[in-house]
Structure formats: C-alpha cells, structure tokens
Design a binder for this molecule. Structure first.
Ligand code: KIV
Ligand code: ZN
Length: 390
C-alpha cells in the first residue's frame, strides 16, 4: 500500500467570508496586511473579497492581487455575468488568479430565494463557468447550500460544470446543518457518482452554527476532499467558518490518520491570528484551540509535574510550532511544588533547604487562594518575606 499523501489545498476566506461577520469589516490596507501574512504562511488560495459587492471590495481584491505573488488570489462572484466580469477585472494583475462562482442548489433556496427552476439553475451555472473561464483557467464552482441539496440534482450540475471547465467543486455546508458522518458520506457518494469527478478537486466550506465546522471539514477530507475553505480564528458569517489553525494542526498532528499534508508554515499561525484579532477587534477566547492564550498553558500541579518530566505527557503539539514563544506553566492555586520550584530556579533563586522552600510554598498557596495567577513579582515578594515568621 502506498503511503504517499495528497496535498490538501488550504483556501483562506478570512478576507471574504470572515469579513461577512457582522462588525468585522476591514479596510483595503488592512486586507493587504493580512494577505501578506497569509502568503508568508503559504496559504494556497486567498479569497480576497467579493469584487462586485462595493467599490471598496473591488479595490481591496485588486490591491491584494498586486501585493501577493506566492498565493493564488480569488474573488467571489455570483453566477451572473456582471459579477464575473467585475471579478475578472479586479484580478487582472494577479500572478495567479481564481474566479469562484456560485449558485444555490437546494430546493428551499431555489424556490424561495432564487425563484428559479432547477433546470434554469443548471443552465446558469454552466454559463457562469464558461464566462469565468474567459478570464482565468482556474475556476471554482460552489453549490450554495449543497449539504441540503438533492443528490441526483447535484450529480447532474457537478458533471455539467466540470465539463464546462470548473477545476474545483465546492459543496458548502452553508447553514452549518451538516453532521460529520453524513457530510463526509455525501462527498464519497458525489465523487463515486459523477462520471468526470476525477477531473476536479472537491472542496469543503463549513459554517459553525452547531459547532461542527472543523469536524465536518475533516470528515470531508477523509472522504476524498482535497481543498478546505477556512478562516483565521474561525471568523465568519454568523457563528463563523471552520478555523484554519484547527484544520491545519489536526492534519499535521494526526498524520497517522489523515491521507493528506498541507504546505502551511505553521510557525506563522499565532502572529496571523493576533493580527486578525487586532484588525477586526474580535478577541480570541482564552481557551480557543491552538491560538487561545491558554492553549499551551498548564496550571494544575499534576499536569505541570508531568510536563516538567516529559512535555508529551500533556502536550500533543509544540507551542513553538504554531508561533508561541513556548509553553507556559501558569502558577495558581492548582500548582504543585515541582512547578513553583522550577520557576524559582528559572528566576535564579535557590533555597538553602527543603524547610525554607516549604515555608515559601505555604505562603504561595495562601496567596494563590486570593488571586487568579501568581506572577514573578509575587514569587519575588514571597521570597523577600521568607525570613519573617509565617
Ligand atoms: O457559505 C457559503 O455557501 C458560501 C459560498 C458563497 C461559498 O460562503
Ligand atoms: Zn460561507
């Protein structure tokens, strides 16, 4: 059996779907700064915006397309002529470009939102892909609300848009309704049922309404998907999109499971997360996986003792690998002797005997009951008091 892994294309949509998060809009200059970070991280495709949405969005896509040379730059476009032409214009100066065109394919969207017959939707999709191919040879087609679409209709439309020149087929879980087993199985069936499916890369794009965006995306990867659409910090419409850092680190940490690898330089993850947070004003929750302040912090005495003896007792990733300086032993009321003594050693403070340390440790515990975290200044003042009676 071959152990060769496929490349998983990382398509970042922080600047498009991420920006659709209420209150997260960004200026052109901010988008260029973030895009440069994404390029440094070696993101494969950067969706820079929705060129027809506003003059500002058009200029932002244009500016990102000029500033970034290593990643492919993409603009979103509905499956209508004016959108596609505008996207094509905005991407003119890109070193490598992609037009991402979409139309809804679920019964509820076709009936109420588009008010169109499925046959007309199919024809419009094919026409859109052909038009987009006049601007670039890299065209992605999305079946909006794909996870709630009829399988047989999806197979027909996918076969037709691949024949029309779409190289990437994205089946989004637009409303975050999918469940990992079901969403993954859907991809497997699509890939098996569409006769020309080997001519395209299949892509996942998940929203987090039920907190399943990352799980759904990873299940899709297990079932043949080779592009994941995601955002930094999971920013995005409503409850957000699948988070880039979680997808990338899951694939990297569980190479024993996933049949893919990414080209991402993970050491840029935390700096990029910080930049997105400061630009948008959306704080990162402390317990957020990978990029939260506590993601590599240990407070409990048992955990601290374990990590001091061998870090892999309680760490499955290295803090340095995702751009943190190092892991952090937080001193608080759950901390034990080993961690407190280790921190004192790092501060260059020695104890003449075990009894002296025991006295300081007792004071440490009394103080820790009164405040959340014990800092180095606190440790110094506890030592300064050591001559005084407890
Ligand atoms: O969630 C969605 O369906 C989208 C598409 C435009 C890809 O963002
Ligand atoms: Zn979306």
């Amino acid at each position: 059996m071959s152990t060769k892994k496929d490349k998983l294309v990382i398509f970042d949509t922080t600047l498009r779907d991420g920006e659709q998060s209420p209150g997260a809009s960004m200026t052109k200059e901010e988008k260029v700064r973030i895009a440069r970070m994404l390029e440094r991280m070696r993101v494969d495709v950067i969706e820079a915006g929705f060129a027809i949405a506003s003059p500002g969005d058009f200029e932002a896509v244009q500016a990102v397309a000029e500033a970034v040379t290593e990643s492919r730059i993409c603009s979103l476009a509905r499956a209508v002529n004016a959108d596609i032409v505008r996207a094509g214009e905005a991407l003119k100066k890109a070193n490598a470009s992609r037009i991402h065109t979409f139309i809804a394919t679920s019964p509820i969207h076709m009936q109420y939102k588009l008010q169109m017959d499925p046959e007309d939707v199919l024809q419009q999709a094919v026409k859109a892909v052909k038009t987009a191919r006049q601007f670039t040879d890299d065209v992605e087609f999305s079946l909006e609300d794909g996870s709630r679409s009829e399988p047989e209709f999806m197979y027909r439309i996918i076969e037709a848009v691949i024949a029309a020149g779409a190289g990437t087929i994205n089946i989004p879980d637009t409303v975050g309704y999918g469940e990992p087993g079901e969403y993954g199985a859907m991809f497997r069936r699509v890939i098996e049922s569409v006769p020309n499916s080997d001519k395209a890369i299949f892509s996942t794009h998940c929203h987090n309404d039920l907190g399943l965006a990352v799980a759904n995306s990873l299940s899709a990867v297990m079932n043949g998907v080779r592009q994941v659409e995601c955002t930094i910090n999971g920013l995005g419409e409503r409850a957000g999109n699948a988070s880039l850092e979680e997808i990338v680190m899951a694939v990297q940490t569980r190479q024993d499971l996933y049949p893919v690898h990414t080209g991402i330089d993970t050491s840029h993850i935390v700096p990029t997360s910080r930049m997105v947070s400061s630009v948008t004003g959306f704080p990162v929750q402390p317990n957020k996986a990978i990029v939260g302040a506590n993601a590599f912090a240990h407070e409990s005495g048992i955990h601290q003792d374990g990590v001091l003896k061998h870090r892999e007792t309680y760490e499955i990733m290295r803090a340095e690998d995702v751009g943190w300086g190092q892991n952090r032993l937080v001193l608080g009321k759950h901390s034990g002797r080993a961690a407190v003594r280790a921190r004192y050693e790092e501060l260059g403070i020695a104890f003449s005997d075990g009894e002296e340390f025991q006295l300081v440790f007792q004071r440490f515990k009394e103080l820790a009951d009164k405040k959340h975290e014990i800092f180095d200044e606190d440790l110094h003042s506890l030592v300064a008091l050591r001559e005084e009676p407890a």
